[in-house]
Design a protein around this ligand. Structure first.
Ligand code: NG6
Ligand code: CA
Length: 506
């Protein structure tokens, strides 16, 4: 059956179409890597790390060359992924501390809540980083609001990031393994408890910071922020990938008679990069390369589980990353020295934190055997579009207020159409605009290079205009030769921002 026909049939046929329902409501597994760059996997050109599982998704699926995260850092990117709204529209959606309250309002339509309404069982396993609680969270009782309040039936979380306290897992709103006699306190202001901190006790560290990351030591690694208590609940970084993968596989195994949506958000390859010993030395690139090998193993476990359970044919797998790559993101893990000729951002300029393409252009692959033709697509698509596209796939109409910037690009994701969006706002603090292959970076203040991470931000005193068709690396600024285009794109970007929403056909 032609993929699009199935969707069209759903829209026009009676809801009691019987056997057709499971056929057109596939399970959805969204695999979300952290800080994995465009060039970090074999199917996107890497040669110094082997990624057979990710490459298998690409060989059996549709690999995008112009797929984007919605922002160049984690929190805004994930906010847009789950709400279908560009994060720049909302204050407080920058990189969050581990003490922040949840930034997605309970009750608003989200990717999981829409799928849940369509009859899916929904689960999130892995990195959250969207805040938990009401801003004054008590880690020793029920942690609300959280994923359950925005549509997830099940959750097993790293609350913020691997490098931020609290370093404990939260399963269905409770810290896992917490001893009530050893309560957890978390602070991003004044020091709490008597735990040693990295700044004072470097001799206790097995992984040293290169910048920041010098507060409470957990598992021999100093973190951002202070925590005390919860000793029995603290995670072991080396076991994190195994723990998360086990939970993800269990979620897939425990599915009921309903389709499921699993949002599996890896910690890898974010810092601190501390892969399990069996991956240490897999590559010559040190922990950053070894973390990619570990990430690939996790991916293979998910694919194997789908095969084993006979679910591969009826499961749409999406593989992507939350933002572009960074090499030294704050720990001395040898990533810079051992990078060699590996190009984390592939042919693109910049990386994480950057308005250049390396900031948001990430791996994006869709696999749905028998429905999505394997191949390569150059369509412009963004994760902010997953909400509208997957809601349509699930036959779930969008309420008017849902996904204000989410476009239905299902024809592009399925490979039926070579066209995705006609434009995209790229967000890295400041904004940039894509229109087809044109890229505009309006003038912006601030540092041109973030020295600590050695990444070009895209800031500059005057506008930059690039033709990515001829110049994917954004080297030849055409702004002075095309003032009319610069003016038109600058005005369009301003009107897209001012409009408050961009989704058409409301
Ligand atoms: C930065 C951290 C960096 C990383 C980032 C968030 C320092 C010096 N740097 O502030 O290590 O945690 O925040 O990354 O603290 S993200 O992928 O979750 O957005
Ligand atoms: Ca990230």
């Amino acid at each position: 059956m032609v993929f699009g026909m199935g969707v069209a049939t759903l829209a026009t046929s009676a809801p009691s179409a019987g056997l057709e329902v499971p056929e057109i409501h596939p399970n959805i597994v969204l695999i979300y890597a952290d800080d994995l760059g465009y060039g970090d996997t074999g199917c996107y050109g890497a040669t110094r790390v082997q990624t057979p599982a990710v490459d298998r998704i690409a060989a059996e699926g549709l690999r995008f060359t112009d797929g984007h995260a919605a922002a160049a850092t984690c929190t805004p990117s994930r906010y847009a992924l789950l709400t279908g709204e560009y994060a720049f529209r909302r204050r407080g959606t920058g990189v969050l501390s581990g003490a922040a309250g949840m930034i997605i309002e309970p009750g608003r339509p989200t990717l999981p809540s829409l799928l849940k309404r369509a009859g899916y069982v929904t689960g999130v396993v892995g990195k959250w980083h969207l805040g938990l609680g009401d801003g004054n969270v008590d880690w020793n009782s029920e942690i609300k609001p959280g994923p359950a309040e925005i549509g997830f039936d099940y959750s097993f979380l790293i609350p913020a990031t691997g490098d931020r306290v609290p370093c404990v897992y939260v399963e269905n709103a409770r810290v896992v393994g917490l001893d009530p006699a050893d309560p957890i306190t978390v602070s991003y202001g004044k020091r709490v408890g008597g735990d040693p901190i990295g700044a004072e006790h470097p001799e206790l560290l097995k992984m040293h910071p290169s910048h920041g990351h010098d507060r409470t030591i957990v598992n021999g690694i100093s973190r951002i922020g202070y925590m005390s208590g919860g000793q029995a609940a603290r995670w072991v970084d080396e076991d994190m990938a195994d723990t998360l993968t086990r939970k993800a596989v269990q979620f897939v195994e425990q599915r009921a008679d309903k389709p499921f949506f699993l949002y599996f958000a890896y910690h890898d390859i974010h810092v601190p990069r501390v892969p399990h010993p069996r991956f240490v030395g897999r590559t010559e690139m040190g922990p950053r390369g070894d973390a990619i090998a570990q990430l690939d193993w996790c991916t293979g476990q998910i694919l194997s589980a789908l095969d084993r359970l006979g679910l591969a044919e009826n499961t749409l797998v999406l593989f992507t990353s939350d933002n572009g790559p960074v090499v030294d993101d704050g720990y001395r893990d040898d990533a810079v020295a051992r990078l060699g000729d590996h190009r984390p951002a592939g042919p693109f300029r910049g990386g994480k934190y950057s308005r250049y393409e390396g900031g948001t252009r990430v791996p994006l692959i869709v696999r749905w055997p028998g429905r999505v033709q394997p191949g390569v697509s150059d369509a412009l698509v963004c994760q902010v579009d997953f909400l509208a596209s997957l809601a349509r796939l699930a036959g779930q109409p969008l309420p008017a207020e849902a996904g204000p910037d989410s476009f239905d690009v299902l024809p592009a994701l399925s490979g039926e159409s070579p066209k995705g969006r006609d434009h995209l706002v790229e967000h890295a603090g400041g904004l940039a605009l894509r229109e087809a292959n044109w890229k505009l970076l309006p003038s912006a203040g601030g540092a041109r290079v973030l020295q600590t991470v050695n990444i070009e931000t895209g800031a500059g005193d005057s506008s930059q205009l690039y033709d990515l068709g001829a110049d994917p690396g954004e080297r030849h600024n055409l702004a002075s030769t095309q003032p009319d285009r610069v003016r038109a794109m600058t005005e369009r970007l301003e009107s897209l921002r001012a409009a408050g929403r961009t989704r058409p056909n409301l």
